[in-house]
Design a protein around this ligand. Structure first.
Ligand code: RI2
Length: 308
């Protein structure tokens, strides 16, 4: 197995997971591919690089962060005049992307923590490093907060969340996913992460997120999304829809647990319309979902999403 295939396999099996982490892993794999490339022809390099990108992008379909991370590494390659120049570009772009990604998560923590007041009760879903960064920063600032975290079936990423927050000293309570609506009554704010944000400002995130949003809307609880701007999907500007990943039924039931003629449907993400989102916390600042379109158009103009 090549190192690129190894990274793709780790992403597919969820050994590497979380939209930001898979983006950095994809970008790093591209950088490593360039650094260790043994050929010397520009043409061969560009072709093989593109194949490596395809292998990585096939590993998980929903989080556009992976697409943006992988494509960020290829920026300028089409205009390179030599193999060495192209290799240096990919290697440098990969490091830049990872640095910018980590800085964005830290900036989101600082910006998002300002929305949290002393005494707030917060709910979160799944395991988002961006959302947890906000919560931990508020706690670090000495704000007295209490957090409810969902279990997040079937992968139970909520267990990672509660242990992380417990280690940070946050008052944390685990709830099962179906307790969301009743616990929303005692919640002040919801903070979740994002796998993809569409040009319409809709959020695609771990399945169950849309239930939190509906329950928050009903209970008049503010619903915040924490997302680096490389989770904005340029493809949705042109009308593409986001593919919702369906995973193995073995993630839902144990072998022999249900009759053979029981069908199992395991979509692992869902879509929350912009109408249920109060604000998106990005590294550029807080924005309403309606502002996403303008930011995407500017990013396209700046060539951030392009290879050139
Ligand atoms: P950060 C995760 O997906 C969750 O849906 C989470 O909300 C999102 O990525 C963003 O995570 P999965 O890989 O980038 O667990 O904020 O399927 O860490």
């Amino acid at each position: 197995m090549t190192p690129v295939e190894d990274t793709a396999q780790k992403i597919r099996s969820m050994e590497i997971r979380g939209a930001g982490r898979i983006a950095r892993a994809g970008a790093s794999a591209m950088g490593d591919f360039a650094d260790s490339y043994t050929g010397a022809s520009l043409e061969d390099f560009v072709r093989d690089l593109s194949e490596a990108a395809d292998v990585l992008l096939a590993s998980r379909p929903t989080a556009v962060s992976l697409w943006n991370g992988v494509h960020a590494t290829m920026r300028g390659v089409d205009g390179a005049s030599s193999f060495e120049e192209a290799r240096a570009l990919v290697s440098g772009n990969a490091k830049d992307f990872c640095t910018r990604s980590e800085m964005a998560v830290e900036e989101i923590a600082r910006i998002g923590a300002r929305r949290i007041q002393d005494g707030d009760v917060i709910m979160t879903h799944c395991n988002s490093s961006a959302a947890l960064g906000v919560i931990k920063e508020a706690h670090r600032q000495g704000k007295d907060i209490k957090v409810y975290a969902t279990e997040s079936r079937p992968w139970r990423q909520g267990i990672l969340t509660v242990n992380d927050l417990a280690d940070a000293g946050v008052d944390i309570t685990l709830i099962i996913d179906s307790a969301v609506r009743s616990v929303m009554k005692r919640t002040d704010k919801v903070f979740v992460g994002a796998d993809t944000i569409t040009s319409q400002g809709a959020l695609v995130n771990k399945v169950g997120t849309s239930h939190l949003a509906l329950a928050a809307h009903e209970a008049r609880v503010n619903f915040y999304v924490c997302a680096e701007t490389y989770k904005f999907s340029p493809m949705t500007l042109f009308g593409d829809t986001v593919t919702i990943e369906e995973r193995e039924i073995s993630e839902v039931v144990r072998p022999g647990e249900v009759r053979d003629n029981v069908k199992i449907f395991n979509p692992v993400f869902d879509s929350t319309p912009a109408a249920y989102i109060d604000a998106i916390v990005t590294e550029l600042g807080m924005m309403g979902p309606g502002a996403v379109y303008g930011v995407m158009v500017k990013q396209l103009g700046d060539g951030i999403f392009n290879r050139e």
